[in-house]
Design a protein around this ligand. Sequence first.
Ligand code: COA
Length: 260
Amino acid sequence: MKPRDLGVRFAEADARERLRAIADVGTFRELAGPFARLTSPHLAAQGLVAQSDDGVVVGRGRLDGADVALAAMTGEFLGGSLGEVGGAKIAAVLERAVNGAVLVLDSGGIRLQEANLGILAVAEICDAIVALRERAPVIAVVAGRVGDYGGMAIALTLCSHIVTSEVARMGLNGPQVIEQEAGADEFDASNRVLIWRTTGGERRVTQGHADVLARDSCSEIAADVRRVFALPRNARRTSVERLRPIVDAAAATATITRHA
Ligand code: COA
């Protein structure tokens, strides 16, 4: 079924609109939505107001007829950070997916206010992606204003295919963290040209770290997701398979010396 164009740019759409735009028309169904009251138990104690969906929207929908898991992060809530509850929602839909999944990532990484619980959530998500991609595609879309950094950038690299746009940026350490740790001389986090030249969607496609550069349009991104969903495997995964026999051959001839 032809994806619907919501008449808005993808970057301007919210998480639910993005998933509705990607799924076949009228097929997106949210699971564990706001009325399930799955809010973070950790924020109030730190003087922060929790959000009824913890910044993550998950559900099921169809992609060219195939029943798939869908998840989208909300960049506007605490910088799109991943907490315990939002992370559990993403891991849960991935673990139950059969035909594949689409993850719309818009994340400043692990939620600093939830620390190790966010790290555990990323680990569960990564585990679920690796298990699912053995039998079905896991497509990542990074086309929002935050982009994708930190823990969810690790999850990103595990996905079968990555669709991005000029609006997006992605990397392990975000500009703020690099500047904080190494100083503004090393990386000026206020320099938007520098940020997009080094970590922008277009740059990442050129480097081979993302696969498709889409226009910032709901219908074009939905079409690109369908296109890569039909492809067999991704280059990143093939690289592992190419290197594995080399490592195995070296390991077979290596002498292991036990030190007392
Ligand atoms: N946890 C909690 N809050 C976060 C967050 C995180 N991981 N990432 C961003 N935020 C918050 C910011 O504190 C800010 O809050 P405020 O509006 O109350 O000040 C808000 O989200 C927006 O962030 P800001 O930095 O102002 O937006 P930006 O568009 O200029 O930059 C990033 C967004 C993601 C590029 C930038 O925040 C960044 O570099 N973050 C570090 C990413 C990183 O390395 N994460 C590693 C942790 S796993």
